[in-house]
Design a protein around this ligand. Structure first.
Ligand SMILES: O=C(O)CCC(=O)C(=O)O
Ligand SMILES: [Fe+2]
Length: 289
């Protein structure tokens, strides 16, 4: 995208991510502002207290964690995700993802018969819920043979930090409506959340509106709301604070919906991409920033 030479510069001003030093796992940043790959860990086994503490630290620091070569069962995925909070259920009335024989695990499977896939626009998961899911953990056991099906992640912290002070001031105190019916049809919750939120663990501020769910800014007339949201969606989706995860069979991506947005790429039709997802319940509504 552009970096205009006219007017004030737009720069991600968050500190560049550095490799934090851990004792029991290895964590390698995936980009300057978001994402890290965790190695020297086996998610088919219970983790040590040290590993749990270090993975939690890395999750807060990097916003999305990637793992590779983890042939996990439902039980393994539930045990690992459950370290971060109680697991929750999807609030959507009609979803593209399917249920499985386990009530907490959903199937994300696409093939030549698919008409759509889940999550093709920038979003955080189910932000329409009064307490949106804290995080989501997707495991893909099958990936397209010729590549494709990458997932993009964006740091809403870095996007917030790069706003000008006047824009930060303007947005602070405003709220927006997140309407689940836009994505999951009638009968899905609708909620209002602050536009600028503060992460309960890191204390950092981020922008909490997304293309999928946010219908309007509550305090503005429609034309102003549309213009501001359009700007924010484009701003959050800028390449400068995004990373792109290339899946392999048995990779896992585990993201924090409170400070990251994501977008799935469907460039692999008619090939198969298939896996399972669990979500960690939100324990509080988004906190005003
Ligand atoms: O399939 C993906 O890469 C992500 C899809 C998505 O939006 C999700 O699992 O929440
Ligand atoms: Fe999603």
């Amino acid at each position: 995208m552009f970096t205009s030479t006219i007017g004030a510069p737009i720069t991600a001003r968050t500190p560049t991510q550095s490799a934090a030093t851990y004792q029991s796992i290895t964590v390698t940043p995936a980009s300057p502002h978001i994402g890290a790959e965790v190695t020297d860990i086996d998610l088919t086994q219970p983790l040590s207290e040290r590993q749990i503490q270090e993975v939690k630290d890395a999750f807060t620091r990097y916003q999305v964690l990637f793992f590779r070569d983890q042939k996990i069962s439902f039980e393994d995925q539930i045990r690992f995700a459950g370290l971060f909070g109680p697991l929750g259920k999807h609030v959507g009335a009609q979803t593209i993802s399917k249920s499985t024989d386990h009530p907490l695990v959903r199937k994300f499977h696409y093939d030549e018969t698919s008409q759509r896939i889940s999550g093709e626009s920038w979003h955080s998961d189910q932000s329409c819920a009064p307490m949106p899911p804290l995080g989501s953990m997707l495991y893909n056991h099958t990936i397209p043979p010729d590549g494709g099906g990458d997932t993009m992640f964006a740091s809403t912290y870095a996007a917030y930090e790069a706003l000008s002070e006047p824009m930060k001031n303007f947005l602070s105190g405003l709220t927006a409506t997140h309407d689940g019916a836009r994505v999951f049809g009638p009968g899905t919750p609708k909620s209002s959340h602050p536009i600028i939120t503060r992460h309960p663990e890191s204390g950092r501020k981020g922008i909490f509106v997304n293309w999928d769910f946010t219908s309007h800014i509550n305090e503005l007339p429609r034309s102003e709301s549309e213009a501001i949201l359009k700007f924010l969606y484009r701003h959050i989706g800028r390449d400068e604070w995004a990373c792109r995860f290339r899946w392999q069979a048995h990779s896992i991506a585990f993201w924090d919906n409170r400070c990251a947005q994501h977008k799935a790429l469907w460039d692999y039709w008619p090939n198969v991409r298939s896996g399972f997802r669990v979500q960690i319940e939100g324990v509080q509504a988004p906190i005003p920033g």
